[in-house]
Design a protein around this ligand. Sequence first.
Ligand code: MRU
Length: 345
Amino acid sequence: MDTMRWENGRLILLDQTKLPGMVEYIDCRDCETIVEAIRHLRVRGAPAIGAAAAYGLVLGVQGTGAGNREEMLSAAREVARNLAATRPTAVNLTWALNRLLARLEASTETKREALLDLLLQEAHAIYREDVEGNRRIGRFGQELVPHGARILTHCNAGALATAGYGTALGVIRAAHEAGKNVSVYADETRPLLQGARLTAWEMVQENIPVTLITDNMSAYLMARGMVDLVIVGADRIAANGDVANKIGTYGLAVLAREHGLPFYVAAPLSTVDMALASGRDIPIEERRPEEVTHLAGVPVAPAGVRVWNPAFDVTPARLVTAIITDRGVAWPPYEESLSRLFRQR
Ligand code: MRU
């Protein structure tokens, strides 16, 4: 099942808010539809919002009257600003937009159609490279997974969160494809249940053994010796290896350390922000209180209660066993290993 596909000049996006009950696609003919889809998590997951935003930029520039190179450039910068403002934490979003802008800036083309085509080709490249990169993450990562491993994952870092195959779930898929007989614990991932709705769904679709737990069960799961390792994705990784990922990731990393379990992060280098020295500088998105006070539209808390709803947290690098990237596995100290992977690209 495609998370998104480009068809006849428009982006067809799987509406992830409807899963697992309904498989419904949105027809995005303009940038505004993509902005709305990213904001409301119809498309979500760091690499997927990067790719969707790239197509959004193409549609956005197409929708303006910009005719020559200068007009196109200023239109593209404006559209990119709107798209970048949708979600602040995942760096893949600005990474993808900057890649398209740089392509436009470097081009000597002057005609509108040629420049639009150039933007579209770059968006396609981002999409294609993401799938290829995830396959490599899978190959590198599965070597770290022992036969019969019972793996705990958080949120959804699967095919749905990327252009395809997934990062954390890509490692699990690769281990499964290698005949390693792995099984998965997916936690629900409150407040929006990406684990229950999306990760469990992906695993069930592919007959990879999966057991669903609520978020507050993981400590007991580990204490009972029922899990061998933890693998999660990332929204932004700082140069020192601090990892921003879905709220609750930090707690799992602390628990993994307490129970002597490896804690792996799987993410492409496009998720690594070498401009940020540490996780302290990563902007953390805070979302609407209704996501916490309501479950599937039904109130589960008193009206008017004060709510805090950060969508992500930051796991300090010292709790991360290794970072599995599309260019190889980075081990501590991450300043050195991540820089080396960037240099080798
Ligand atoms: O709020 P979401 O659903 O976009 O959060 C997604 C995550 O936290 C994922 O773990 C992360 O983006 C990695 S996806 C390969």
